[in-house]
Design a protein around this ligand. Structure first.
Ligand code: SF4
Ligand code: SF4
Length: 252
C-alpha cells in the first residue's frame, strides 16, 4: 500500500470557499466503547449515519497499522499472485497515508485517507448502472455484480478513494468478494458493522497504535464520535465541495 507525500498546501487540501481546484492527492482519542456498530438483528435504516473521526495528532507518520489491518481484512494484498509478467505489485487504494504540509507554517500532518462516505456522493451520481450506491445508514458501496468497470466513479471522486481491479484475484476473503474488472473502495467494513463490530482499521489502531480513529453513529448525540465532535470539533476534507463526508478529522 502506498504512502505518499504531497506538496500541496494544507489549505488546498482542506478546501475553502475560495478554493475550487480539484483535490490533488494522487495516489484520538482512545476507543472508549467497543461495540458501537449495528446489532445484527437490526435492519439497515437512516436513523443512524456511520462515520469515522480521525485524530491526526495521534497518527504517527510511519505507522501503517490501519493499512495493514484493512489489507488483511479484505484480502487486498494480491502481490504474490499477480498475473502481471513483471510480477509488479498492484495496490488497491482502500486506505492510504497522505502527508500534507502547511505552506505558511511548514507544519506537517500525516493522515489516513479512505472513502469519505459522502452524504452526497458524486460516485453514485455518475454511475450508469446503479452499482455505486449509498445505504440508508450512509455507507457508500459498490455492487461488483452490476459494476461494468467504466470507472466514471473513479473520475468523479475528488478524494481519489477508488481503485480498479486489473489483476486476477486469488484467496479472496468470504466477507469481501472482489471482482476483476470492477471498481472498489473502502466499504467501512460493512460486514463487521452489520455484526456489531468495529471496522478493522479502528480496531487495529486501538490495539497497536494510539487509538486515533473512532467509529460510530454521527446522528446519535450520545455516541462517542458525536461527543468528541461536539467537544473538539472536526474538519471535513474539501468541505467546500458540499459532499458532507462521513469521515471527519481533528488536528488539521
Ligand atoms: S469519497 Fe469518493 S468514493 Fe467515497 S463516497 Fe465520496 S465520492 Fe464516492
Ligand atoms: S473502515 Fe474497513 S474498509 Fe474502510 S479503511 Fe477501515 S479497515 Fe479499510
Amino acid at each position: 500500500m502506498s504512502k505518499e507525500t504531497t506538496n500541496q498546501s494544507r489549505r488546498q487540501f482542506l478546501g475553502n470557499a475560495s478554493t475550487v481546484a480539484a483535490l490533488s492527492i494522487a495516489p484520538g482519542v482512545m476507543l472508549s466503547q467497543v461495540a458501537q456498530a449495528k446489532p445484527n438483528d437490526q435492519e439497515v435504516n437512516d436513523s443512524v449515519r456511520w462515520g469515522l473521526l480521525i485524530d491526526t495528532n495521534k497518527c504517527a507518520k510511519d505507522c501503517t497499522a490501519c493499512i495493514t489491518a484493512c489489507s488483511d481484512e479484505h484480502g487486498l494484498d494480491n502481490s504474490t499472485h499477480s498475473d502481471r509478467p513483471d510480477n509488479a505489485k498492484i495496490d488497491a487504494q482502500w486506505i492510504r497515508k497522505v502527508t500534507i504540509r502547511d505552506t505558511e507554517t511548514s507544519h506537517v500532518t500525516t493522515l489516513p485517507l479512505m472513502c469519505q462516505h459522502c452524504e452526497n456522493p458524486p460516485c453514485v451520481d455518475v454511475c450508469p448502472t446503479g452499482a455505486s450506491f449509498k445505504r440508508e445508514d450512509g455507507i457508500v458501496l459498490v455492487d461488483k455484480h452490476i459494476c461494468i468497470g467504466c470507472r466514471y466513479c473513479m473520475m468523479a471522486c475528488p478524494y481519489k478513494a477508488r481503485s480498479f481491479v486489473h489483476e486476477d484475484l486469488h484467496n479472496q476473503k468470504p466477507d469481501t468478494p472482489r471482482g476483476k474488472g470492477t471498481v472498489e473502495s473502502c466499504n467501512l467494513c460493512v460486514v463487521r458493522v452489520d455484526n456489531d463490530r468495529q471496522p478493522a482499521c479502528v480496531e487495529a489502531c486501538a490495539d497497536e497504535a494510539e487509538g486515533a480513529i473512532i467509529f460510530g453513529d454521527l446522528k446519535n448525540p450520545n455516541s462517542e464520535i458525536s461527543r468528541q465532535l461536539a467537544q473538539h470539533g472536526g474538519t471535513r476534507i474539501r468541505a467546500d465541495l458540499g459532499l458532507n463526508p462521513g469521515v471527519r478529522y481533528q488536528g488539521i
